[in-house]
Design a protein around this ligand. Structure first.
Ligand SMILES: *Cc1c(COP(=O)(O)O)cnc(C)c1O
Length: 379
């Protein structure tokens, strides 16, 4: 079965590329996005068929970039629980139950599958921690060498995971941008494939399945709002694109959920750009937060995140580290051991409800992007 991918398209200038060759960014510097022949998908599969399929994100294989199903690199990622939390009055999509403990597994599964199919032998990526651990695991599963660069003060367990999976790990003084500079050098001088956030087109396709699952698990009856902790913003761009594809297929109806982006007060470039009415963010000076996944001072896809929020009538909120700690405690008290990034979404909802910006009877889904087990110091 060849894929239903039609081509890659630049999210800035619209230039098209073939999807069977290896590509990173567009010549103009814009991220490339994967486009599908949705008419053909609509003729091939009905949403009712999905329930009988594999219990992983690959149940949506027609909407994923895979040419040969035998080459899928999978560790069982996705189809994580959608938990109804009665006391909190919302749902939690608990992506802490993924392989490697975070939703980065979705991106790594799709990205590594695409790399294998295009004959890539060595990949490299900068990371705040979790993406490195995930790509290391999927590289080990695929037999592909993985080079990871992460800040020295990233969570220690993430580095240990990389080493356990046999990846080549470099700890870097500074932030994720400094790690990116090191990866760029390896790409230039040693021919590594750059698998950094949005620098290759396929990670986002894996993260897109979060949106597909939220729709399927709620019986194709969408919530009013989806609340997401954004660093690079890939997850929220993916959810938005996934829902738009479901709408184009006629699998969901009505307006899309409002997409709500949460960042930390110590690093909130997208929140600031949103409230300033800008289309792109400015690099955040001196970023700091207890939620490492949110410590991204300037995201390559910021303009897409802002578009997703504005087009769905959503909003952007920054929360403080103390609010994040409090929300971790509240979620733990309700049975869910969330990562600080995931807990930030509950802190945001608490704020928005208090301000009257989220009606109490709205149907809300929080995305918990990872397990709290990886953050023993915060626990
Ligand atoms: C990477 C990460 C995020 C941010 O994800 P983006 O898609 O880059 O916005 C949030 N939470 C956790 C746990 C992460 O690892």
């Amino acid at each position: 079965m060849p894929s239903f991918v039609s081509h890659l398209e630049c999210s800035r200038c619209g230039r098209r590329y073939g999807h069977l060759e290896v590509h990173n960014l567009c010549a103009c510097g814009g991220p490339l996005l994967v486009e599908y022949d949705l008419d053909a998908i609509g003729r091939t599969v009905r949403r009712e068929e999905l329930s009988g399929r594999v219990a992983s994100m690959w149940r949506y294989r027609e909407l994923l970039p895979v040419e040969d199903l035998a080459r899928i690199v999978t560790l069982g990622e996705g189809l994580t629980p959608m938990l109804r939390m009665e006391r909190l009055g919302l749902w939690v999509k608990d992506d802490g139950l993924n392989p490697t403990g975070t939703f980065k597994a979705r991106g790594a599964s799709a990205g590594m599958t695409a790399a294998v199919e295009r004959g890539v032998r060595e990949v490299a990526l900068p990371t705040a921690g979790n993406a490195g651990a995930a790509w290391a695991a999927y590289g080990a599963a695929a037999g592909i060498a993985v080079h990871v660069a992460m800040p020295r003060d990233a969570p220690e367990v993430a580095g240990k995971e990389c080493l356990a999976h046999g990846a080549d790990l470099t700890l870097v003084e500074g932030l994720i941008g400094d790690a990116a500079a090191l990866v760029a050098e390896g790409v230039r001088e040693r021919g590594w494939f750059d698998a950094g956030t949005l620098r290759e087109p396929y990670r986002i396709e894996g993260k897109k399945t979060l949106g597909l699952e939220i729709a399927e698990q709620l019986g194709w009856d969408l919530p009013d709002a989806i609340v997401y902790p954004a660093g690079g913003g890939v997850g929220i761009i993916g959810i938005w694109r996934g829902l738009e594809q479901l709408a184009a297929l006629g699998w969901i109806e009505g307006p899309l959920p409002r997409l709500v982006v949460v960042q930390a007060e110590g690093c909130a470039p997208i929140v600031k750009a949103f409230h300033d009415g800008r289309e792109e963010s400015e690099p955040w000076p001196d970023p700091h937060t207890i939620a490492p996944g949110l410590c991204v001072p300037k995201a390559l896809g910021d303009f897409l995140v802002l578009r997703a929020v504005r087009e769905t009538g959503g909003t952007c909120v920054a929360v403080g580290d103390d609010e994040i700690r409090g929300a971790m405690r509240d979620l733990a008290s309700a049975g869910v051991l969330a990562c600080p990034e995931g807990a930030a979404t509950l802190a945001a909802v608490t704020r928005l409800r208090r301000r009257g910006d989220l009606p109490p009877d709205d149907r809300i889904v929080l995305v918990n992007t990872g397990t709290g087990l990886a953050y023993p110091d915060l626990l």
